[in-house]
Design a protein. Structure first.
Length: 98
């Protein structure tokens, strides 16, 4: 699963495994949800549906694997990956406390 949001335009897209699309539509308020089947190349689906990657992309450092990081850098030359794990952890803490 991957969630992309352009913070300038607030355009967003959620990519989920095909089997999880129905649950994602039901449980989220994201209007652009794209399913990816096991036979599809993840990056081809993302490229086809996403036209707003910036020079820096935030990733959840504790979650993304080394191999996926390498694949991402191969498919998006020149893009810098930034660990946004601390920011997401703070958001989750606030959500739990509220």
């Amino acid at each position: 699963m991957a969630f992309f949001m352009n913070v300038s335009s607030e355009k967003e897209c959620l990519f989920v495994p095909s089997l999880d699309k129905e649950a994602a539509v039901k449980e989220s308020n994201i209007s652009n949800i794209q399913a990816i089947s096991g036979e599809e190349d993840t990056f081809e689906v993302i490229n086809k549906n996403l036209h707003y990657l910036s020079d820096t992309v935030g990733v959840e450092g504790k979650v993304i694997s080394y191999n996926r990081t390498i694949d991402f850098k191969k498919n998006y030359l020149g893009i810098q990956l930034e660990d946004i794990q601390p920011t997401l952890s703070n958001i989750r803490l606030k959500k739990i406390v509220v």
